[in-house]
Design a protein around this ligand. Sequence first.
Ligand SMILES: Nc1ncnc2c1ncn2[C@@H]1O[C@H](COP(=O)(O)OP(=O)(O)OP(=O)(O)O)[C@@H](O)[C@H]1O
Ligand SMILES: [Mg+2]
Length: 351
Amino acid sequence: MPFTPKNHLIGLDIGSKTLKMSDVSQNRKKGYTLNKFSMINIPNGVIEEGIIKDPETVADAIRELFASQKVKEKNVAVSIGGYSVIVKKIQVQSMTDAELQSAIHLEAEQYIPFDINDVNLDYEVLGESATVANKLDVILVAAKKELVDEYVNLIDLAGFNLCVIDVDAFALQNIYELNSDDSRDTVALIDVGASKTSLNILKGSTSLFMRDVALGCNQINQKIATKASCSLQEAETIKFGGKSSRITAPEIQSLVASVIRDLCLEIRRAIDFFYSTFQDDHINKILVSGGGANIGEFRKSLAMETGVTVEAFNPFAAFSIHDRIDRSFLDQASSQAAICMGLSIRRTDDK
Ligand SMILES: Nc1ncnc2c1ncn2[C@@H]1O[C@H](COP(=O)(O)OP(=O)(O)OP(=O)(O)O)[C@@H](O)[C@H]1O
Ligand SMILES: [Mg+2]
């Protein structure tokens, strides 16, 4: 039995379609080892646009997921994303840490589209601005209190200790950095989930631009459900090749193609916006994760739309894999595991 340090925790990615958990240990000799990874689907509608509509059902699924892997550990890290979470790089007048601590609310107010009293604020000072004298670059994170409370209550209901609340795009960045050599390339990390798409453009290890878009693979199910007058669950089965007399294969193909088009256009828009701010930069590569990364046609279309090489991101590349884990399952699940893996390398005493 390997020694488990006190600050160890389990990564738990609460997706609107699939919950994922992973257990990672770190050892000076062997580096990082993946001890456990598993996923479980939850019914449609229990989480919508990041909002937890049916906490009891999600809590049951979390317990089932942990029990299936015989996880005894209670400390977990989760992440939030989507419309209710704002991440922005801002510039403030140079000041001391203490001054910034009391000034941050006032500074943040102008950048946040919600009432400042309704959000939890966090920030990190990146350092003196390279472009403007006497200014500090600061990363501002604002999340609606309502949303944070939902996650706190959910994890409590499930019977676990919530130690870290991360942001999807940061978790993605952390796991990318762990898996990449110290390249100074500009890379776009894009996670396409069931209901949201999270984008983080990095230069080396600095995040230049982040955006979440309320589009995902579930859009395909919704279109199939409308066309074939069936439930979202049936639509998911049809999407994966299930037979139906109410919709033909070419009709499905054309619906899939139209969602891929919308997704690529939204991503292209975000990238164009990035280029309008960072005119001298060039994105060297796009790494896609989330269930959407499994769609070959999406990867091809995105490469065509953006003119950038697109690859599926493998979050397990830098890990030793415990013998008990089925390798073919890992291969199949690797894109969906990215955010969860980013969470499982956090520790309880992280900032
Ligand atoms: N090969 C595939 N073809 C089409 N869709 C796929 C494929 N593999 C997975 N998906 C879709 O990916 C989605 C699940 O991906 P993922 O686990 O990243 O989502 P999630 O984390 O639950 O959602 P979100 O992060 O948006 O809340 C489902 O909609 C599923 O149908
Ligand atoms: Mg997800």
